[in-house]
Design a protein around this ligand. Structure first.
Ligand SMILES: Nc1nc2c(c(=O)[nH]1)N[C@H]1C(S)=C(S)[C@@H](COP(=O)(O)OP(=O)(O)OC[C@H]3O[C@@H](n4cnc5c(=O)[nH]c(N)nc54)[C@H](O)[C@@H]3O)O[C@H]1N2
Ligand SMILES: Nc1nc2c(c(=O)[nH]1)N[C@H]1C(S)=C(S)[C@@H](COP(=O)(O)OP(=O)(O)OC[C@H]3O[C@@H](n4cnc5c(=O)[nH]c(N)nc54)[C@H](O)[C@@H]3O)O[C@H]1N2
Ligand SMILES: [Mo]
Length: 731
């Protein structure tokens, strides 16, 4: 099969050449540059840049901050419109054959379209008809028969408004993509510090002397973190990468905006720990156990500022070394070395991503990280702390402003008191529970603010059946994705919306460091799409009426008014009341812990007794992770090749040569990959020395056919990174 020459480092000249090529696609590099520099928060990951300091500037004021992903997202939004005859030319049957990349490249959605089961095609409809159909259906159904799914790309204002509408309509079936993403981090962190977000600031990471980077591939998914990691190394600090795959960009990265790095490359990992999929907890317990043996535990901190140390100490002392090394796949020597490095650290930061959360014990994984950090007093002081490296650019903000089934107590009370409304008190459904409800016919209408609910779900066939069982599915999107071709309800309506930098009014976003950015918006690029806020306010008015009591939905079409409401209701968001005048972006109060005084009732942090899961596999099985390639953003694929892993195409399974031989395969083999949930035929075997033997890698969203629907009981997140599979040779 065709192999790409694997790159020796991430970033670099490739990224620069890529920028120039993308500039040409966008109609000129200058045009693209101007678009990138507008005062809008970056659209891709939650590391955050842009806003009032101007595009490509981070919260420390560093410029130019640039990455391929932000360019891809921008160029995608600068595409031309999907032509009206597109809908006549391509029946749904054909859209189903399109790859994620082909769907994304069809162009921008500019007119509402309707698909009705039994028909062959979508057809464009006027906005008035779309609104009429949606409001009529919502009036016909009871609120509990509906669910509301939010992606993390929309603004705080749109998120707040839609959840408010859903609740006043009468349901708490309100959730966001977090349940398939960082929910385990939120739940885990809240159980440790009393607050569900990062405990630190970007500058703390830059000042750390040890950074643990566990289960993430920021070289592709958070490229701007690479500068920070380079900085840590230049100051003599260490970066410890824990990952089953040796990711090229985490070994060496050429930061395009740094001349020295661009020319000579920057070493990122000082220690590369190849752990088994799901072996992180065993490794973390091992490091904790060794730390304790070395007497390198901060007993004073643990006694004064924490609860749970005696129980955790007993548990790690009981753990057996042979179990820990077998489960983690990491040698005793390496664990000892890691413990020694950590014992010598004065300021350690623990960062993690989906390699930690996408497991049935995701919350416990996060708690194990928290335990290790607390054992040396690394939470509650500058230069140290816990850092979930978030996904979507505003996923954290969406959660902060109330897009969760259960509202935080303070938000619930203030909504009722300040707005004079009565809110439902039902528990509300998480994302998977909504899919189960749809399958059983309990939920009949799904409303999606952005995202790709079908594509992001585990068990694609089940997701297809669940969504097809709905009476109505409404999706507000900018471009086409697989969720517009599969899982179509009796009536599916797609509403075209404006991207953040095309909004007629300013909006706000929250970064993973709890920093609120103010985005100016800007002129629309195409005729047709509407602002998310306008669409939501129109539907709310249509359903709940024009009467301004208790909520004036007409006034709520004004983003300023929504900000006033958020400022009064969401703790920490008070400065929003002045932001239209001052344009002053701000740090949300009460979430950064530079002192060992936490947000728990007694002010102490908590350690939790957790133990590694048993990972016993039948012979001839492999443990599969589903991940992102270099050329995609979630279910949106910009390029089919994965340049850093040297892979061409996406219908592949990456295996270590040892496994290829063990299973009697070779590099020409085509296999069917089977799990207990589903099977994927016609998959090319790809020899990949960089993966730890016994583990395999495939690309999301295609591989979701294989992912089961079991979830972590605490975070309700599926094991997207931990699927037992068997391979059957074809032909
Ligand atoms: N370019 C780009 N940027 C993105 C995204 C994107 O799709 N494209 N998505 C955004 C979103 S929503 C998110 S949530 C983040 C995702 O960011 P990441 O979490 O970095 O993304 P993934 O590709 O899912 O997987 C991450 C890494 O986890 C490792 N891994 C898999 N299983 C395990 C395990 O059991 N243990 C350990 N230690 N490691 C494991 C894989 O080898 C891989 O390197 O990125 C955000 N940014
Ligand atoms: N197997 C497997 N499954 C996974 C994962 C995995 O690693 N493996 N990762 C999980 C994770 S971490 C996540 S976050 C989810 C992703 O879940 P989602 O957030 O649901 O999916 P995305 O693919 O990011 O959504 C892309 C769509 O968003 C729309 N969009 C873009 N910008 C805007 C905007 O400004 N407004 C609106 N309204 N729409 C916009 C575009 O139409 C685009 O098609 O998938 C999860 N599923
Ligand atoms: Mo995510």
């Amino acid at each position: 099969m065709a192999r790409l020459k694997r790159k020796r480092s991430g970033g670099g000249w490739h990224a620069i050449r890529y920028t120039l090529a993308k500039g040409r696609e966008a109609g000129g590099i200058w045009k693209l540059y101007r678009a990138m520099r507008t005062k809008n928060a970056c659209k891709t990951c939650a590391l955050g840049m842009g806003g009032q300091r101007g595009g490509m500037v981070n919260e420390l004021g560093h410029f130019p901050e640039v990455c391929k992903k932000s360019l891809q997202a921008m160029v995608a939004d600068m595409q031309g419109a999907i032509s009206p005859d597109f809908w006549k030319r391509f029946p749904v049957a054909q859209l189903k054959q399109f790859t994620p990349r082909e769907l994304e490249h069809c162009g921008r959605l500019v007119t509402p379209v309707l698909y009705q089961q039994g028909e062959s095609h979508y057809r464009p409809i006027p906005w008035s008809e779309a609104f009429q159909r949606i409001t009529a259906k919502l009036k016909e159904l009871s609120a509990e028969e509906t669910f509301w799914y939010f992606s993390g790309r929309s603004s705080n204002e749109a998120g707040f408004l839609l959840q408010l509408f859903a609740r006043l309509y009468g349901t708490n079936n309100v959730n966001n993509c977090s349940y398939y993403c960082h929910q385990a981090s939120g739940v885990g962190l809240a159980s440790i510090t009393g607050s569900g977000t990062a405990t630190l600031l970007l500058e703390d990471v830059e000042n750390a002397d040890v950074v643990f980077l566990i289960g993430g591939n920021p070289a592709s998914n958070h490229p701007r973190l690479m500068r920070t990691l380079m900085q840590v190394r230049r100051q003599g600090g260490q970066v410890i990468v824990v990952n089953p795959v040796v990711e090229t960009g985490l070994v060496n990265f050429k930061i395009p905006s740094d001349v020295r790095s661009l020319l000579f490359g920057s070493k990122i990992a000082s220690q590369y720990v190849q752990v088994n999929i799901g072996g992180d907890m065993a490794l973390l317990v091992g490091i904790a156990k060794r730390l304790d043996e070395l007497g390198a535990v901060d007993e004073v901190f643990l006694t004064q500022h924490c609860q749970g140390w005696p129980e955790w100490a007993a548990s790690i002392r009981e753990a057996r070394w042979e179990d820990l090394t077998a489960q983690s796949g990491v040698s005793r020597d390496q664990i000892d070395r890691l413990a020694e490095i950590y014992a010598g650290s004065k300021r350690a930061v623990f960062g993690w991503t989906m390699g930690i959360t996408h497991h049935l014990n995701g919350v416990e994984n996060v708690q194990a990280i928290g335990n290790l950090a607390l054992m040396r007093g690394m939470v509650g002081k500058p230069g140290a702390g816990l850092m979930p490296i978030r996904g979507h650019s505003n996923v954290q903000g969406i959660g902060s402003v109330g897009v969760t089934p259960k509202l935080k107590e303070a938000i619930f009370t203030r909504l009722q008191d300040v707005l004079g409304v009565t809110l439902p008190t039902t528990p509300g459904l998480d994302t998977l529970a909504c899919m189960e409800g749809a399958t059983a016919g309990r939920q009949k209408l799904g409303f999606c603010l952005g995202g790709n609910l079908y594509g992001s779900n585990p068990d694609s066939q089940y997701a297809d059946r669940a969504l097809s069982n709905l009476d109505m599915l409404v999706q507000m999107n900018t471009t086409l994705n697989t969720g517009h071709a599969h899982g179509l309800a009796a009536e599916t309506i797609i509403l075209p919306v404006l991207a953040r930098d095309e909004e007629p009014q300013p909006t706000t976003q929250e970064s993973m460091f709890n920093y609120i950015r103010f985005s100016d918006g800007g002129p629309g690029r195409l005729d047709g799409p509407k602002s998310e806020i306008e669409v939501i306010a129109t539907i709310a008015r249509g359903v709940l009426g024009d009467n301004p009591h208790p909520i004036d939905w007409h006034a709520m079409g004004d983003a300023k008014q929504i900000r006033q409401a958020i400022a009064k209701i969401v703790p920490g968001f008070e400065p929003l009341s002045e932001i239209d005048r001052t344009k002053a972006e701000f740090q949300i109060d009460g979430r950064t812990f530079h002192q060992p005084r936490f947000a728990t009732p007694d002010g102490k942090a908590r350690l939790h007794v957790v133990s590694p899961p048993a990972l016993v596999d039948a012979p001839n099985t492999l443990r599969l992770m589903t991940v992102r390639s270099e050329g995609q953003f979630n279910t949106v694929v910009y390029e089919d090749d994965d340049i850093y892993r040297g892979v061409q195409g996406r219908d592949v399974i990456l295996l270590h040569p040892v496994d290829i031989e063990r299973l009697g395969l070779n590099e020409q083999s085509k296999v069917t990959v089977e799990s207990d949930t589903g099977s994927l035929p016609n998959i090319q075997v790809h020899r990949f020395d960089q993966i730890k033997p016994g583990n395999a890698l495939m690309y999301y969203p295609e591989a979701n056919v294989l992912v089961g629907r079991e979830v972590d009981p605490h975070s309700r997140t599926p094991a997207f990174k931990n699927i037992v599979v068997r391979l059957r040779v074809e032909g």
